[in-house]
Design a protein around this ligand. Structure first.
Ligand code: GAR
Length: 194
C-alpha cells in the first residue's frame, strides 16, 4: 500500500476533500494508496479533529518549539518518514520549506496554491487579484520545487472575479474548486506513478 501523508495548518478542507474522494473512489483498491497520516504545525488546526474522526493517524509539530527552520524541517521529515510515504501533500500548510526538505521529497511532494500561478505566488492572493483588477482568479496544483509556489503545474481551476467580490467571497469561490482539482490531480499523479 502506498502511503499519502498530508500536511495542514488550519481548516483542512482540502485534506477532507482528499480523504472523502479517496474513500468514494476506493483508492485503496484502485490506486493501491491510502491517506495514512495528517500532520499539522498548529495544535488547534481544525482539520486534525476531522482526520481523527476518520481514524487517520495525526501528529502535531509546533514550529515554535524548534530553534530554526532547519531543526523544524528535520523533525517534520522524521515524523513524515515514519509513514514511508509515496506522496506528501501540502494542503494549506503555511510554512516555507527548506531546500533540504524539498530535495528529500523531490518528485513526491505536491502543493495547492490559491492563485493561477505563476501569478501571485506568496500570501494574500485573493486580495492581490482583486486589487490588480483581474477578471479571473483560481487555484493551481503543482509539484514543489525549491522556489516558493513554483514547480510543474498539474492542474488549475479558473473562477470569475465578480464586481462585488471581497477577499472572502473570492476565496470561498476558489476553495470550492480546490476541493475538486486537488483530489483529481492526486489520483492522476498516483495513477501515473504506480
Ligand atoms: C487553501 O485555499 C489553500 O490553497 C491555501 O490555504 C487554504 C487552506 O484551506 N494554501 C496556501 O495559501 C498555501 N500557500 P484548507 O485548510 O481549508 O484546505
Amino acid at each position: 500500500m502506498r502511503n499519502i501523508v498530508i500536511l495542514i495548518s488550519g481548516g483542512g478542507s482540502n485534506m477532507a476533500a482528499i480523504v472523502w474522494t479517496a474513500a468514494r473512489e476506493d483508492w485503496k483498491t484502485r490506486l493501491n494508496a491510502q491517506v495514512s497520516a495528517v500532520i499539522s504545525n498548529k495544535a488547534d488546526a481544525k482539520g486534525l479533529v476531522f482526520a481523527q474522526g476518520e481514524g487517520i493517524d495525526t501528529a502535531v509539530l509546533d514550529h515554535k518549539a524548534y530553534p530554526d527552520r532547519e531543526a523544524f524541517d528535520a523533525a517534520l521529515m522524521q515524523a513524515i518518514d515514519a509513514h514511508a510515504p509515496a506522496l506528501v501533500v501540502l494542503a494549506g500548510f503555511m510554512r516555507i520549506l527548506t531546500p533540504g526538505f524539498v530535495d528529500h521529497y523531490a518528485g513526491r511532494l505536491l502543493n495547492i496554491h490559491p492563485s493561477l500561478l505563476p501569478a501571485f505566488p506568496g500570501l494574500h492572493t485573493h486580495r492581490r487579484a482583486i486589487e490588480a483588477g483581474c477578471k479571473f482568479a483560481g487555484a493551481t496544483v503543482h509539484q514543489v520545487t525549491a522556489e516558493l509556489d513554483h514547480g510543474p503545474i498539474l492542474a488549475q481551476a479558473v473562477v470569475p472575479v465578480l464586481p462585488d467580490d471581497d477577499e472572502d467571497a473570492l476565496a470561498a469561490r476558489v476553495l470550492t474548486q480546490e476541493h475538486l482539482i486537488y483530489p483529481r490531480a492526486i489520483a492522476q499523479f498516483l495513477n501515473a506513478t504506480r
